[in-house]
Write a protein that binds this ligand. Structure first.
Ligand code: HEM
Length: 169
């Protein structure tokens, strides 16, 4: 039992590392690089290909985080009865978990908006090759959703640490 719990927490942290690390790499390495004049002609194509590739990795890691997260909760001795009777949500751990699940729900919603609507729309307009106000609007929307999701992801890591070590405030 301990080894499965150990494996689950390990997988949970690895999945968080890949997802959060991937978004940080995109924000601080890839996006600034795409502004380089030599890359300009290939920019729309590269961003679209990178986005499609990271989309797959992103959703796999979010699924792993949900499954291992749920397993971690039950491996700590909580039962379905605790969930539905409400006793799970009473203590500091439960309240932090509730906050984490709500934030996770928002992340899933924003990720779906970004990956399956706003992102593809911006890529399709960029591929048309003529810069327009419309393209700018969709490109900005995609960037802002990405930024908000990154901030929420960093907060999720903080909530994870608080669940294990207690809230500092
Ligand atoms: C974006 C999604 C998530 C991220 C980035 C994330 C991140 C983390 C991190 C970094 C830890 C380890 C903290 C430490 O050992 O100090 C952790 C622990 C934990 N997470 Fe998550 N998590 C996510 C989603 C979830 C979800 C959806 C659940 C519940 C369904 C969950 C439940 C837990 C539990 C129960 C622990 C404590 C593990 C233990 O027993 O030590 N997490 N999380």
């Amino acid at each position: 039992m301990w080894s499965l719990y150990f494996l689950s927490v390990w997988l949970h942290i690895i999945a968080a590392t890949v997802w959060v690390g991937g978004m940080l790499f995109l924000a601080f390495v890839i996006v600034p690089l795409l502004r380089h004049p030599e890359i300009q002609p290939q920019r729309a194509k590269l961003l679209s290909l990178l986005g499609l590739r990271f989309r797959i990795i992103g959703w796999i890691t979010l699924a792993i985080l949900l499954v291992t997260g749920l397993y971690n909760v039950f491996a700590r001795g909580f039962t379905f009865q605790d969930v539905f009777a409400g006793s799970l949500w009473e203590g500091e751990f439960g309240q932090t978990l509730a906050e984490k699940l709500v934030t996770f729900g928002v992340i899933l919603l924003l990720s779906a908006l970004h990956d399956f609507w706003v992102g593809p729309k911006a890529s399709a307009l960029a591929k048309q090759g003529n810069p327009s106000e419309n393209l700018e609007k969709w490109r900005k929307a995609a960037s802002w959703i990405g930024r908000i999701n990154l901030i929420l992801a960093l907060w999720m890591v903080a909530l994870g640490v608080m669940m294990v070590r207690g809230r500092p405030f």
